[in-house]
Design a protein around this ligand. Structure first.
Ligand SMILES: Cc1cc2nc3c(=O)[nH]c(=O)nc-3n(C[C@H](O)[C@H](O)[C@H](O)COP(=O)(O)O)c2cc1C
Length: 261
């Protein structure tokens, strides 16, 4: 009221993914999706059914304990996501997490996630022993990226210090572009309600801020690598650039600068 936020008439979609995960998993099994990735929790419970249908299963983890658990559950590929990543995130930085997750998941392959935005991050991940990378924020800031225009602009405007981890969005720790919504929630002293119900509250608030034209209070999910992103590219060109940069580092720059005797 004080801020002049209008009543918003929004329909917040609590879809099967958030409200009835087991039904969403069953749809994926019925459709035999080639790759199934679980972002929260161990997808081990559905691995045998997935393999019987020719599917591969990935699991995202933020620590080595869960990397070990997922590997023991026969998950095909473990995605180790560091604290700097956009979206739901754990407490351990990517650089520290990767070698520990690789050891814990062995012999299962690990993809590096969190803070990768160009060929340097990819080359470093490969050098660390990862089978590949899993990139979120950099692809969000593409022509095809699904974020609102205002949130893409926030990524472009961000420095490396302009994201925050907060439970105000979903009830779980989640990294997003900094906005005054973070300060407002912190100052309220309110505890977020448990995941996923907090999504209803934050979505309604943010829709109100957008409708009231208060962009200072709006920011989308994004990682610390936002500070490296200065251009919205078509996704295909970004992919080509990432591959070219990585190949250049591995085949030219490293052999020129690192001489092992
Ligand atoms: C807008 C956005 C939405 C995301 N949604 C999900 C999700 O629904 N499930 C999930 O497992 N990870 C999700 N993530 C995390 C990504 O899968 C990935 O691990 C992360 O973006 C990697 O870090 P980066 O953003 O630094 O590249 C999301 C990330 C972003 C930026």
């Amino acid at each position: 009221m004080e801020m002049g936020i209008p009543d918003v008439n929004i329909m917040v979609q609590m879809n099967t993914t958030t409200m009835r995960p087991s039904e969403a998993v069953q749809v994926c099994l019925d459709e035999k999706v080639p790759l199934f990735c679980a972002g929260l929790g161990n997808p081990g419970f559905m691995v045998d059914q997935a393999h019987a249908r020719g599917m591969k299963v990935l699991g995202v983890t933020g620590n080595s304990k869960n990397a070990r658990r997922m590997a023991a559950s026969n998950v095909d590929i473990i995605v180790a996501q560091g604290h700097e990543g956009g979206g739901h995130t754990g407490r351990i930085g990517t650089m520290a997490l990767l070698p520990m997750a690789i050891d814990a998941a062995s012999p299962k392959p690990v993809l590096a996630a969190g803070g990768i935005g160009d060929g340097r991050g990819i080359a470093a991940s490969l050098a660390m022993g990862c089978a590949g990378v899993w990139i979120g924020t950099r692809f969000l800031a593409t022509v095809e990226g699904g974020a609102l225009g205002i949130n893409k602009q926030k990524i472009l405007d961000s420095t490396d210090e302009d994201t925050r981890v907060s439970r105000a969005y979903t009830g779980k720790t989640l990294r997003a572009s900094y906005s005054r919504f973070h300060d407002l929630w912190d100052a309220s002293g309110l505890d977020p309600v448990p995941f996923p119900m907090q999504v209803l509250i934050s979505s309604a608030l943010i829709a109100g801020f957008i409708e009231a034209n208060k962009p200072d209070y709006v920011g989308g999910l994004a990682g610390q690598i936002s500070g490296l992103i200065h251009e919205i590219k078509p996704a295909a060109r970004l992919l080509e650039d990432l591959v070219e940069e990585t190949v250049d580092i591995l085949s030219r720059k490293l052999p020129e600068t690192v001489i092992a005797k």
